[in-house]
Structures are given as structure tokens and as C-alpha cells.
Design a protein around this ligand. Structure first.
Ligand code: PGA
Length: 268
């Protein structure tokens, strides 16, 4: 794991945007894994700014989102499709026919929908760079604690903690879905690079469990310890419970020296 600690959430967003920009520049047909939630909003703002400045074109990008609520209409303002349109898709030159979310309506079989999503990802050549947030309970996507570490795209019932954490996004008379389709943990692990962003004090315990805890389904994000190219971008508050902060900062300095000498290295 590469752990990089930044002063604040804005710096985290800029760093993540630079990764996305590099992927888009380096690969002819880049495949991006996208996330929703509060954390990536600033990343998307940075990408829109880069795009408007002529520094980032999404014309060849295919994207796959981590998750989508079950039985929600795409046009519903609470759907993750609406979130992606509002925060990124409608502001850049991406071909929206090449943007995918793991949808499943009432009449569809979630198992078949999950399989078909996995197939689509494979057909696109696999995900080059997967953006992730982390839940306060250590979830990635909607893979709640106790999710199988080898799971694939499927339907999940959300935990009470996730429902409570996300209730801030729903008004009183809006129905908050309790089920979602989500990429599985193995689906996420198949991505060539994973970029997990975490900011704020309320993520500090989950970040600590992910980085220094045992690999366990109780903290799904801890599986990233087993990923060859996992990059963890966190601000000081999210890093506040880590014992080895000075080591991570020292290691980051050494990596920057290497980058200065040999260039920023990826193997997308
Ligand atoms: P948040 O959610 O960015 O809204 O905190 C992260 C997540 O649940 O993955």
C-alpha cells in the first residue's frame, strides 16, 4: 500500500485528479471505476476544471460505477446516475453511452444483472483505475462488513450504520433505499490500480483498521493490503489515528525523489 497524507481534502482531490488525468493521457481507451458519496465530489470538481482548461478529455473513457440503489429510476434525483451526471458526466466530454452503473429494477433478476455487469467490465478490458471512498464502518462500494472477500457484483442489504450515515442526503419525505447493487470485493481487487480517498475525523478509525488491522471481512477495505497497486490518499484528520505517520511521510518523500529522477511511474 502506498499511503500519502495531505494537509486537507482539497489536496487529496487534486492528487486524485492528477492520477485520473495521467491514466487518460497514457491509455488509448482508459477504463475508469467511479464512486459516489461526499468524498469524490471535489475530485470531480477538479476534473471538470481540468477539462474546461483543455487539460483532460474524456472522449475515449469508459466508466463503471461501484454501485447503484436497487429499483431506483435513473432519472430519480437520488440515483447514482443522477449524482454522476450532476457532478461529472454533464460537465465533461464523456460519451454517456460508455458510462455504466450496476442497475437492477424490480422486474430484473439481481443475480443476472450482477453477472452481466461483470461481463461488461471484462469486455471493456477491465478497470484500469478504480476510485474508492471508505465507509465509517470500513465498507468499500456497498460491501458492508462481513461481505465475502471474494464477492462479485451483487445485491446487498445496507447496514443500519450506512443508512444512518447516508440519511443526511435524503429529505424527510424521500424514501431511502435499503438495498443496492454493488461491485464485489473481488471485482474491485481486479482493477489494475485502486485509489482510495478518505478525509475527515469520522474516517480515522476505518482508515486505521484498513491499513494496520488484520485483513478481515469485518473491515472490507483491509483487503486492499493484498492489492498490488493500492494508493491511499488521506488528509491529516483521516490519518490521525495512524501510529506510523512520519514513516508514511518519509516514504512519500523518497517516492517523490524517484519520480523526479525517473518520471511518475504507472503500469496501467
Ligand atoms: P462518503 O462515503 O464519501 O459520503 O463519506 C464514502 C463511502 O461510503 O464509500
Amino acid at each position: 500500500m502506498q499511503i500519502i497524507i495531505y494537509d486537507d481534502s482539497q489536496e487529496v482531490a487534486i492528487a486524485a485528479a492528477t492520477w485520473v488525468q495521467s491514466l487518460i493521457k497514457e491509455k488509448e481507451n482508459p477504463v475508469l471505476g467511479l464512486a459516489t458519496g461526499s468524498t469524490p465530489i471535489r475530485l470531480y470538481q477538479e476534473l471538470v476544471t481540468m477539462h474546461k482548461a483543455g487539460n483532460c478529455s474524456f472522449t475515449n473513457v469508459t466508466s463503471f460505477n461501484l454501485d447503484e440503489y436497487h429499483s431506483i429510476n435513473e432519472s430519480d434525483p437520488q440515483s447514482y446516475r443522477s449524482f454522476m451526471k450532476a457532478n461529472l458526466f454533464d460537465h465533461v466530454d464523456i460519451n454517456q453511452d460508455n458510462t455504466f452503473l450496476p442497475t437492477c429494477n424490480q422486474d430484473q433478476n439481481p443475480r443476472e444483472q450482477g453477472l452481466s455487469y461483470e461481463k461488461k467490465i471484462k469486455q471493456a478490458g477491465g478497470i484500469d483505475l478504480q476510485i474508492l471512498g471508505i465507509g465509517a464502518n470500513g465498507h468499500i462500494g456497498f460491501n458492508e462488513p462481513t461481505s465475502s472477500l471474494t464477492s462479485r457484483t451483487r445485491i446487498k442489504t445496507l447496514t443500519q450504520q450506512t443508512l444512518t450515515d447516508n440519511s443526511r442526503l435524503f429529505s424527510e419525505n424521500e424514501l431511502q433505499p435499503a438495498m443496492a447493487m454493488t461491485m464485489g470485493i473481488a471485482t474491485i481487487m481486479d482493477a489494475r490500480y485502486v485509489l482510495l480517498m478518505a478525509t475527515g475525523k469520522n474516517k480515522a478509525q476505518a482508515v486505521k483498521d484498513m491499513i494496520t488491522g488484520a485483513v478481515s471481512a469485518n473491515c472490507p477495505a483491509s483487503i486492499l493490503q493484498m492489492h498490488e497497486n493500492a494508493v491511499i490518499l488521506i488528509d491529516k484528520e483521516a490519518a490521525s489515528m495512524l501510529n506510523d505517520q512520519s514513516y508514511y511521510q518519509w516514504a512519500d518523500k523518497q517516492n517523490r525523489k524517484l519520480n523526479d529522477e525517473f518520471g511518475f511511474y504507472h503500469n496501467f
